[in-house]
Write a protein that binds this ligand. Sequence first.
Ligand SMILES: [Zn+2]
Length: 345
Amino acid sequence: MINLTIEEIISKLVSNSGLTEAEIKTKIQQKMESLSGLISEGGAGHIVANELGVQLFQISGGIVKVKDIRDGMRNVDVIGRVSNKFDVREFTSGARHGKVGSFTIEDETGAIRLTAWNDITHKMQEFNVGDIVKIKSSYVRLNNNGFRELHLNDKSNISINPPGVDVGERKTESKKIGELSENDNFVELLCHVVNVFDPAFFEQCPTCKKRVSQDMGKYVCGEHGEVEPLYSHVVNLLLDDGSGTMRASCWREVADSLFGSLEVIQTAPDMFDSMKNEVLGSIFRFRGTVKKNSMTGNLELNVREAKKEHINLSSDVSSERDTGESRNEEKQAVQEEDVLEENVF
Ligand SMILES: [Zn+2]
């Protein structure tokens, strides 16, 4: 089932039918009335689209823009620039053994994570961050956090830097922490890192990425049984740009890009003190997605990219560093580990 909101349906109809928004809305209302209220506004929107000959989404064939990717879509073709590439890993899950790798791409309209399964992971060796890839026959899956991902299997195909194909820059919105809302999918923030929390290391199921529990030396996923786990880690930060503070999560590769490889911390936790000094109190340009923490109700940033900036923000930000009672409360809230679910978006 492909879900479009009524706003999305109306905007598609306006841009593809030549009718005004008011005319479209009237048509939808009339359709609902003619069906004696037996149909939702969205359902009526689909019927009106049919009558007007407007395709609301492409089931197959043709390139889809990232922002138009919807739950349930299959045979999705998409073109984007590779913005992240993660390691390919082998996994064993019950009797199943295979390989899984993931990467992210962006076009002008958005970014999406792709997960490649088994043989097509070989293709990931042939491209790098910055290359343009054309993906054929992928399908949409929701990850554990409700974010859409594209999956690639043996029927999928990846062409690298196809001739004559270009992808525009993704538009990122620069915002202040105080202006953020839950709907900010992808933002750029310029802020101080006012606190760095100790890394958390954990084992996750290679298939569903949930945390696994350890039982007599074996790793067990609630859903997939005994598995060969993937090792991951996360470092949480507290950011401040003068307009507010927010917590940010840096997963695995992103955390390593900020601090250096964190594997060593597992055996020598004291080393983190010197590693974090490079980050604490410095100004970074963060790009990432905003997400509401369902437990605290606070907005958090899921960091995808962090770049150190050698500039000064207004002085009132840095002087606030680590003082005041509210900060301490916040610190405590952050330390409660409720973060161990990974999402790269
Ligand atoms: Zn699992």
